[in-house]
Structures are given as structure tokens and as C-alpha cells.
Write a protein that binds this ligand. Structure first.
Ligand code: NAD
Length: 332
């Protein structure tokens, strides 16, 4: 994506939230995230240690996710966090901004809104896992979770297989209509069900909640199911039974995060899995790992969320904004 954008004369591009929504669709996010997962598995891209701190102000959690993709020549940082009081001010609780730098000189090249982009890059991540790991004949999509991210997840997942039906469950059932609306928009049958009912029907399951306890038990999930566990991105969070994690063939965006802050942290802590049992999804994308090996295998993608995903989609937004004139430009 990078061309001569990062030269001194180009100045600083500012790509706001509206421009990001106009410029970066699901396919562009899928392609950008898939490329960077592949680069990570080849050793061409790496994430730097994450900083995440309680501010001691406004109950906020604030941090940085940074990294460098040598193959895509993308360097930058996503900065932001969670301000729980924002909704009362008419703002999104999660707030973030991506800053991109010229890897040759360190000069700032772009400021890109990170809120919409976080949702599309996270949805791209689970969609990539479905594309590579779900059974080709998967027909029923299970959704656990009905918050802000869930509709992005549903739309991206629906494009990966010929799904006929969505089965959904959420700890707060009053939130489910938003998923029903999206399913209807996609022409898919929709059924609100129990966690057991969801597991009994679904061929693919996405979990995208803020849970701290298992919502799905091992015995409720059918052989051959693919799970994309996307909600667990912090120490202590948990969406599925650690026994289900231990029984599945495991894939992730980044192994170090999977065992420390991802869904695999609990099974790893109990000694039920070792980190060698977890394959970076990039290895499957690169053809270095077979992925699913049979129709009865349960595959589980632990989507922890890495900074390089944010930088990848932000780089696409900056490039498209430059090409289309949809960015504000500041001369430095
Ligand atoms: P949201 O606040 O809009 O929705 C929260 C969801 O979790 C809802 O379905 C809600 O019913 C459920 N929930 C809330 N408290 C719960 C509890 N105690 N137990 C079980 N379920 C509970 O949040 P969102 O923006 O949709 O994000 C959902 C999750 O995804 C969060 O945990 C967030 O941190 C995570 N996330 C992960 C990534 C990633 O890259 N992996 C990216 C963005 C968000």
C-alpha cells in the first residue's frame, strides 16, 4: 500500500472516522489483515509490547499497540482505550486513533480514526479464520454476543460460507434484535436460542462478549464446528469452557497474546495446553500448516487483536484517502 506517500512533501494526512467508513470496506479489511497475519507468521512483521494502564481518571483504561510490518512497510501505533462514561456524553466508550510513520525517516505521515476501523479489522480477523478453517459445507452460523462488534462480525462471517441460518444467544437477550435485523438484511433465517441449542445447531460459532466465565461448554458443541473466540482480549476474560479449548485444534493471531490475554490463557494456566499446540493463522494462510485436517475436528481461532491489524487497515485508509482526496492535509 505504501508508495511515495511517506515523503517529506506530502505532509500529514488526517483521515477522520467518516472518511474511514467511506473508504475501507469489508473486503479491503479482509485482504489487509490476511496479508499482515501472513507477514507475522513469516517473521516479516512484529507487534511490540502492549502498554495498557488504568488512568486513575474518568475510570479510563488507556494504552498503545504498536508494530512494524517490514513487507508492507507500515510503522505506527494505535493509541486509545475505554472511557465508560462516554455513552452518557453521546460518544463511543472505546476511543482510538492510529498514527502512521515513515519507516525510513520516522516522520509522521497520517492520523487515522480508529473506532470504525477496530470493528472492521476485528470482523476481518474472525472472517479470515472462517475462510481458512470452517468446513466448506457449513450452513448454520452461531452468534454469542450482541454488542457493538457483533453486527460487524455477522456481516463479515456471512460472506465466507453459504450460510442459511443464524442462531444467536446473548446474556442480555434484549440486545438480540440488532442481530436479527442484520440477519434479515442478509436474507438469513434467524433464531434466538439457548447456548445448548446454539451449540447443537451451529457449524460455525463466533463469540464476541465481555464475559469472565464460560458461556459455552465443551459437550454442547458439535464435532466439526469452527469457533472464532473474539471477545477475550484481557487477562481474566473467558468465553468458552477451557476443556473445549483443550479439545480443539487451536489457531490464533499471535501465540504470545493467546496464552496471556486470549481465550487460551485459562487452559494454558491449568497446564491443559502448551503454546506449541497453538498455530498462528498466518501459517495456514502461507500454506505452511494444513489448517483443518478432517470434518470431525473442532477448530478454534483465538482472536486476541494485535496492533498490526490496526496499522494494516489504517495504512489502506491513508492510501485511499490520499488517492481520492478524502483526507485533510497538514503541511509540517
Ligand atoms: P459491547 O459493550 O458493545 O457488548 C458487550 C457484549 O458482551 C454484549 O453481548 C453483552 O451482552 C455481553 N456482556 C457484557 N457483560 C457481560 C458479562 N459480564 N458476561 C457475559 N457477557 C457480557 O462490546 P463490544 O464492543 O461488542 O465488544 C465485545 C467484546 O469484544 C469486548 O470484550 C471487547 O473487549 C472485545 N473486543 C475484542 C477485539 C479483538 O480484537 N479481539 C476487538 C474489539 C473488541
Amino acid at each position: 500500500m505504501r508508495d511515495e506517500m511517506n515523503t517529506q512533501t506530502d505532509g500529514l494526512l488526517i483521515v477522520d472516522e467518516d472518511a474511514c467508513e467511506q473508504l475501507v470496506g469489508r473486503q479491503q479489511a479482509f485482504d489487509a489483515v490476511q496479508d499482515v497475519f501472513a507477514a507475522m507468521a513469516r517473521g516479516d512483521a512484529r507487534n511490540f509490547p502492549v502498554v495498557r494502564e488504568a488512568l486513575g481518571h474518568a475510570d479510563a483504561i488507556y494504552g498503545f499497540k504498536s508494530g512494524f510490518d517490514r513487507s508492507g512497510q507500515v510503522l505506527g501505533v494505535k493509541s486509545g482505550g475505554y472511557w465508560p462514561g462516554n455513552s452518557q456524553k453521546g460518544l463511543t466508550n472505546h476511543q482510538s486513533t492510529v498514527v502512521l510513520f515513515d519507516p525510513d525517516t520516522g516522520r509522521i505521515t497520517a492520523l487515522v480514526g480508529g473506532n470504525y476501523m477496530t470493528a472492521v479489522r476485528t470482523a476481518a480477523s474472525s472472517a479470515i479464520s472462517i475462510a481458512h478453517l470452517a468446513r466448506p459445507d457449513a450452513q448454520i452460523l452461531g452468534m454469542v454476543g450482541a454488542g457493538h462488534q457483533s453486527t460487524f462480525q455477522l456481516r463479515a462471517a456471512a460472506e465466507q460460507r453459504e450460510f442459511e441460518k443464524v442462531v444467536a444467544w446473548n446474556p442480555h437477550p434484549e440486545m438480540l434484535p440488532r442481530l436479527a435485523e442484520v440477519a434479515e438484511d442478509l436474507g438469513l433465517e434467524f433464531e434466538a436460542t439457548t447456548p445448548e441449542g446454539l451449540g447443537a445447531q451451529a457449524d460455525v460459532i463466533i463469540t464476541i462478549t465481555s464475559a469472565f466465565e464460560p458461556l459455552l461448554k465443551k459437550d454442547w458443541v458439535k464435532p466439526g464446528t469452527h469457533l472464532a473466540c473474539m471477545g477475550t482480549d484481557t487477562k481474566g476474560k473467558m468465553e468458552v469452557d477451557p476443556a473445549l479449548v483443550a479439545a480443539a485444534t487451536l489457531f490464533t493471531d499471535e501465540v504470545a497474546q493467546s496464552i496471556s490475554i486470549g481465550e487460551a490463557q485459562h487452559a494454558a494456566l491449568k497446564g491443559e495446553i502448551s503454546q506449541d499446540a497453538i498455530t498462528p493463522i498466518g501459517a495456514v494462510i502461507n500454506g505452511d500448516h494444513i489448517g483443518r485436517s478432517n470434518d470431525a475436528e473442532i477448530t478454534l481461532f483465538d482472536g486476541t487483536g494485535v496492533g498490526l491489524q490496526d496499522l494494516a487497515v489504517a495504512s489502506v485508509a491513508a492510501q485511499l484517502a490520499k488517492n481520492t482526496g478524502l483526507a485533510n492535509k497538514v503541511t509540517l
